[in-house]
Design a protein around this ligand. Structure first.
Ligand code: PEP
Length: 249
């Protein structure tokens, strides 16, 4: 049985004060035990959020990380230092990073390998643009993104990876994929992982849907057989909204 996982992606939102206020409030609330919950926040807040969420029922994640442990990479933060801080998750290859920061499949693969080495759960984002959806090339694109992401990942480690299927046209647009379309793609990703590894790895890997998920539609997605949770941007910014997502899952 795969435990559902709901992660918030705050992107470049919230001051430190606002972030701490959110975490302090979340800690006082009863969270459903059946769902794994986490908040992925800007680097600058992570130290306080990890300290502030000790003994809580939710984890803390980063939104990116560098695969080198240290070096002359001005402005970057290493996955090794995130691990040292006690971060639980790292989002890797979000479409905004692929699109605006020229992140390649090769760099994404190195980041996944480093996260696994450092025992930080990699949350790997894949997804197609509207153009790729409309011209029908989306399945081959997603297959390639998955194959490259999992390159050199061992059979033992593969099931620790969380995959987030996030069609770019659905992110932050309010235009979510239908639950059937989202499930079809999550199933396709699971079949691709089965081809790369085995039935048991494919059955163990958790695959999230992301793209305008909100309290009003989460239950519909979670009712689908191959959707194991959600990566949520906008709707994770308020405590009540985030809890409603967990309860709806
Ligand atoms: C995201 O940030 O990954 C995302 C899916 O955003 P939103 O939920 O706002 O569409």
């Amino acid at each position: 049985m795969r435990k559902p996982i709901i992660l918030g992606n705050w992107k470049m939102h919230k001051t430190l004060g606002e972030a701490i206020e959110f975490i302090d409030e979340l800690k006082t609330r009863e969270l459903p035990k059946s769902v794994e919950a986490g908040i992925c926040a800007p680097f600058i807040h992570l130290s306080d959020l990890v300290a502030g969420s000790k003994d809580s029922d939710f984890g803390i994640g980063a939104e990116n990380g560098h695969y080198e442990d240290s070096g002359a990479f001005t402005g970057e933060v290493s996955i090794a230092s995130l691990a040292d801080l006690g971060v639980d998750y790292v989002i890797i290859g979000h479409s905004e990073r692929r699109q605006f920061f020229a992140e390649t499949d090769e760099a994404i693969n190195k980041k996944i390998l480093k996260s696994l080495e450092k025992n930080v759960v990699p949350v790997v984002c894949v997804g197609e643009s509207l153009e790729e959806r409309e011209d029908g090339s989306y399945e081959s694109l997603i297959k390639r993104q998955i194959e490259k992401a999992f390159m050199n990942v061992t059979e033992t480690d593969a099931s620790k990876v969380v995959v987030a299927y996030e069609p770019i046209w659905a992110i932050g647009t309010g235009k979510s994929a239908t639950s059937k379309d989202a499930n079809d793609m999550c199933k396709f990703i699971r079949e691709t992982i089965k081809e790369l590894y085995s039935d048991s790895v494919a059955e163990a890997v958790r695959i999230q849907y992301g793209g305008s998920v909100k309290p009003e539609n989460i239950t519909e997605y979670m009712a689908e057989a191959d959707i194991d949770g959600a990566l949520v941007g906008g709707a994770s910014l308020e405590v009540d909204g985030f809890i409603a997502l967990l309860e709806g899952a």
